[in-house]
Design a protein around this ligand. Structure first.
Ligand SMILES: [Zn+2]
Length: 298
């Protein structure tokens, strides 16, 4: 298998720096994220089958497969091709989970369901966002045509601590609201190098530009929820950190090192989750300080 050398992994930070209101910039960023990428095994039965900037993770089992995120509607074709290259059939995906219900991670859910009859498993709040096609979101971009997608209906609602099982694999749902109301982090143990390691499929903590934290009429408990999410993620055992954007977990670099046969597995990473939490907390605190000083001036 070729290495994923041609992946063009834009980071979410650079995307957000291009400004929320500018549809042209978002289109350029999204087009880069949709570029095809070589699939590869991450660890045990966990594979990367997504596009170069938006992740899709396949957990293969003898009774069918679990997929986390479809990316955009256009990247469902990338997933199908990547699965075939690894010897899997898209028709065998039985459960579809999500990191959070934004168009770059669930935009392909409706098409995937049409193609495979897959069961969509989601938190209640993100299921509502999915059903609205992204239009009832908390941020200022909710009504932007670039951010809406074909709606889909969830088949099963999961709550915090629920587990989802298939073919001997069990994933645990951790509600980590903030980026969306129903943002969900999934975890599962796998055997790698003859030891048990915890894989964390991180949701996102990014505070979208222009989102008001205090007194947000669309999300009254946003600050409290962010704080609780930070604490919850800091307490989560994490040996392998995976995230909905390739750039968020250093995918290209780790995949290249794995392709060279580096041991221990370069995806073993005990620091990136904690760094992601601290970085997000800094952003949230800075935004709260900005909102406080603006309030004093008024
Ligand atoms: Zn998002």
């Amino acid at each position: 298998m070729k290495s994923s050398g041609f992946c063009f992994a834009f980071t979410l930070g650079s995307a957000l720096a291009t400004s929320a209101a500018d549809g042209t910039n978002w289109k350029r960023v999204f087009d880069a994220w949709k570029a095809p990428c070589d699939p590869f095994r991450i660890a045990s039965n966990v594979y990367y089958v997504g596009a170069s900037g938006v992740s899709s993770f396949l957990i293969a089992t003898r009774e069918g497969h679990v997929l986390i995120d479809t990316g955009f509607e256009e990247t469902v074709g990338v997933i199908r091709t990547n699965m075939a290259r690894l010897g899997f059939r898209i028709e065998d995906v039985k459960l579809l989970l999500s990191s959070h219900a934004h168009m770059d991670h669930v935009g392909g859910h409706a098409l995937m369901k049409e193609l495979t009859g897959v069961k969509i498993v989601m938190s209640e709040a993100d299921a509502a966002l999915l059903a609205s096609g992204g239009t009832n979101d908390i941020g200022p971009m909710a009504s932007d045509q670039m951010m809406v997608y074909r709606p889909a209906r969830a088949d099963r609602i999961v709550r915090d601590g629920d587990s989802v099982s298939l073919g001997g694999v069990t994933l645990t749902c951790h509600l980590t609201p903030g980026h969306t109301r129903g943002a969900t982090t999934w975890t599962m143990p796998v055997e790698e190098d003859e030891r048990r390691v915890n894989v964390v499929f991180f949701s996102s903590l990014t505070l979208l530009e222009g989102t008001r934290l205090r007194g947000n009429p669309k999300y009254r408990t946003l600050v409290e929820d962010y704080r609780a999410t930070f604490a919850k993620l800091r307490a989560l055992p994490c040996d392998i950190f995976l995230a909905p954007h390739a750039g968020m977990f250093g995918m290209a670099d780790k995949a290249a090192r794995a392709a060279r046969g580096e041991r221990p597995n370069p995806f073993i990473d005990h620091t990136s989750l904690l760094k992601a939490v601290s970085a997000a907390e800094t952003v949230v605190n800075a935004q709260l300080a900005k909102e406080s000083s603006a309030a004093k001036l008024n």
